[in-house]
Every structure is written in C-alpha cells, then in structure tokens.
Write a protein that binds this ligand. Structure first.
Ligand code: FCB
Length: 463
C-alpha cells in the first residue's frame, strides 16, 4: 500500500492542549481556562496546566518532529497570548513565542501549518457574549491580520478554524466544552458567526499574501458519517435531521453559500435565523485552497430509545449538542472501541472523504486522525501500542481507497504529536505518537511513533 510521492505526512497539536504556562508573558485567560477551573467540567479537575509544557520545551518537541520525519507540523496559536483581551493591544511576548516556534520548525526542514482558532477564545470576548455575538467574528478577523503580519512570511498554510461544529455546539448547546452554555438558539448564532469569522479572516489572510509566497488558506472540519441504526422510516428520518445539524449546517454555508432548507424547517421553533444578514453567505463561502478533515469515529442514529438495549445507547454522541435532536439516540454497534470509548470503523472515514470532496471540490488533507489508548511505559522503557498502529494503518488504508475513488487527498496528519489535555477528558486520554510523563515531562516516542516515522519516510504502509 503505497502513497504517491509528494503526499504530505504531518502531525497535529493545539495550543491549549500542550502549551501549559497559561499565565506566562502576558497571556490573558481563555474560555478553556475558565471552564476547566469550574468544578465538574473536566474529568479529575484537570486544567491547561501543566499541559505538555510545550511553551518551554518546544525545541525538544521540534527535535522529536525531526526524529519522526514529518514534513509538516500543524499547531494552533493561542489568541489570548496575542490579544489578552481579545481585542486591542497586541502582546509582543505572545507573538515572539510563535515566532521562535515557526523558525525552529522551519530550521528542522518542516512546514509550519498554523490554525488560528482551536477553541481558546479570550475570556473577555466571551464576557461580551462570545461567538453568539456577531462582533466576535470581526474581532477574529483583526486577530487574523495581526498573525498574518507576524508570521505570514513563513507559515506554509493557514487554517482559520478548527472544528467550528464543536466550538459552536459542544460549547454553546451541549455545554460539555467551554464556555459550557446550554443555549440551542445561541449555538446556531455561534456557528454562523464562526463561519463568518472564517470568511472574513480568509480575505484578510489573502490580502497579505506577499509576492512569491505559496501561502494557502483553508479551515479544519470534523464531518462525520451518520448511519441509520435500522432501515425504518423513523431511523432514516432521525439520521437526516442529525446529519443536517451535524454536517450540512456547516458544509452548505461554506461550500454552497446557503443554509439547507430542511434544517431551517427542522429548527423553526428554535431559531428564526435572524443572525443571518444579507451578504453573509458570500463571505462564508469564499473559496478556500484546501480543507482539513478531522475524523475519529462514525455514529449510528436511532429515532428513540425504543427497543434499544440501554447498554448500547450513547455511542459517543451527545444529543443535546445536536440542536433539535434531543430525542435522537447514538447506538453502539459492538465494534472494537478505543480507550476513549469511540468505535473503530475506517469505512466512516472513507465515506466522509468521498462525500466532502464532492461538496468542497478542493484538495483535502486528513488533518487529525488517531486513537487514545491507556498507554504505559513498559519495563524495557518503551511504549508498546499495537492497537494505535492498527488504528492508523486501517484509516490510512481508507484514505488510500478514497484516493483510488478519485478523492484529491494531499496529506495526512496524525493526532497527535504529543499526549495532551484532551478537553473534557483532561489528561486521562493519550493520543500521542509521543508519550508524555506529566510529572517529569519526559517524552518517549511510542512504537506507533516509530511506525509512523517509517511510513512518513517510505510513503508506504508495511504489511
Ligand atoms: C478533536 C480536536 C482535537 C482532539 C481530538 C481528539 O475534536 O480537534 O483537539 O482533542 O478531537
């Protein structure tokens, strides 16, 4: 199983999950600082401290990237390091950190890919209403301009947002991510303003395109495959509804410049879409150069609990985050599950890629894919994680199949370079190619990291 020459191999991280040092050098608080400090929000009361102490250990982490032989490193920039209040004066020390990081990555011969927003909204902007407020989109574009001017000469690829679906709906409808609000109507406004912010920022990033730089702009989505648990009309209808508020509510404004009619109808009692103003959809659907796809697991949808074994209900989905779908249930299908409980099914990735490429019509990169397992350092000092290798292998095969079916796949980034703070799961879930001992901050390349290095070097999956 061979990938074509030029296929890009990378690894991804995000600022809040690895940096630590959440009050250093003038960084302001983000919604994740506030949320994680709120009892009951994050498992074991974990917070962004210590993270993987990447803020000071980044040189060591860049050296690890070199050992892994990756061609690109995708990281995110913490907005509250750059603009501690979300607006106004720029904090030079914050910029300096990313300056140093990007230079170190380039020196290692690796392409820096920067994501502007991986969920760490400055708390001051949340205090002013957060993403449900239209103004936040404009503040985001201002921040994008600051980063363009600071790093635009060196970043190979910009992605504006990471997973706007999670930011909007886990954050403002389900309340399981920061800022922990449970306001369905506001979550739809948040989603719209995230996409608007993406469009505004895309224009800003392009304006600054200096002569001779091959800078590209896109965003990172997490579409997933939703399948009816049974072929009954009720399950089919529930699947259509869930797909509307999970996939199409994002994809249509981005790639078709519309909101799906059936979704508007489904949500009639929740929102009148008053947040949508003339001209917005032309902004949200501004052409992008690429789309990053994050994929972990597909879901099976049932119309209700009726007839289901309670032990199989949940399946990793959270129906309160699926606006207007509180009645819908996520069903486990008895497939193998990763440590975080997510079912393993690479056909879900194949389906996501083939579908999205029809809609987006630009090159796609899998920009996050991976698995959490309860890794331990063995007596021989290594971390043996054959299940993670099997996960990567099977999903890479699905990527290759999608390419054979004509999907313009240009690269694959593993999630994640390092073990890190896994949001509501805190430090309990390890996704890294590199193991982190949080007490000592010792790094160890796992077996899967060595395996991935070989794949990146040869472009081939060992049998
Ligand atoms: C994605 C996030 C990423 C990571 C993985 C496991 O939703 O983008 O930060 O937590 O899930």
């Amino acid at each position: 199983m061979r990938f074509p020459p030029g296929f890009l191999w990378g690894a991804s991280t995000s600022a809040f999950q690895i940096e630590g040092h959440t009050t250093a050098d003038g960084r302001g608080p983000s919604i994740w600082d506030t949320f994680s400090a709120t009892p009951g929000s994050v498992l074991n009361g974990d917070t962004g401290e210590p993270g993987a102490d990447h803020y000071t250990r980044y040189p060591e982490d860049v050296a690890l990237m070199g050992e892994l032989g990756i061609g690109a490193y995708r990281f995110s920039i913490a907005w509250p390091r750059i603009m501690p209040d979300g607006r106004g004066p720029v904090n030079r020390a914050g910029i300096d950190f990313y300056d140093r990081l990007v230079d170190a990555v380039l020196e290692a011969g690796i392409d820096p890919w920067a994501t502007l927003y991986h969920w760490d909204l400055p708390q001051a902007l949340e205090d002013a209403g957060g993403w449900p407020e239209r103004d936040t989109a404009y503040r985001f574009a201002e921040y994008a301009a600051v980063m363009r001017d600071a790093l635009g000469d060196r970043v190979s690829c910009w992605t504006t947002l990471n997973e706007p679906w999670c930011a909007a709906f886990l954050g403002y409808a389900g309340g399981i991510h920061a800022p922990g609000r449970r306001e369905p109507a506001a979550s739809l406004a948040a989603c719209h303003h995230l996409l608007l912010g993406h469009g505004l920022a895309t224009a800003v990033l392009r304006e600054g395109q200096g002569a001779g730089t091959a800078r590209r702009v896109g965003l990172v989505l997490n579409p997933t495959t939703l399948r009816p648990n049974s072929p009954t009309p009720a399950d089919l209808a529930a699947t259509r509804r869930a797909d509307g508020v999970r996939n199409r509510v994002i994809d249509d404004p981005l790639f078709r410049g519309t909101y799906p009619e059936d979704v508007r109808e489904d949500l009639r009692e929740i929102t009148d879409f008053a947040f949508l103003r003339d001209g917005d959809l032309a902004v949200t659907s501004a052409p992008v150069d690429l789309v990053g796809v994050n994929f972990y697991t597909p879901h099976w949808i049932a119309a209700s609990d009726a007839g289901l074994d309670p032990a199989t209900v949940t399946g990793g989905g959270d129906s309160t985050s699926y606006v207007g779908c509180d009645d819908v249930r996520f069903v486990l299908r008895g497939l193998p599950r990763t440590g975080i409980g997510w079912e393993v099914d690479p056909t879900g990735l194949y389906d996501v890629l083939t579908r999205l490429s029809d809609t987006a019509r630009v090159p796609l990169y899998v920009i996050e894919n991976g698995a959490a397992y309860p890794d331990e350092v063995a007596e021989d000092g290594a971390v043996h994680d054959p299940e993670r290798i099997a996960y990567f292998d099977s999903h890479l095969r699905a990527v290759r199949e999608a390419m054979k079916a004509g999907v313009p796949m240009a690269g694959y980034f593993a999630w994640s370079l390092l073990d890190n703070f896994e949001w509501a799961f805190g430090y309990s879930q390890r996704f890294g190619l590199v193991h982190v001992d949080y007490e000592t901050q010792t790094r160890r390349i796992k077996d899967s990291g060595h395996w991935y290095a070989r794949v990146a070097r040869t472009g081939e999956l060992p049998r």
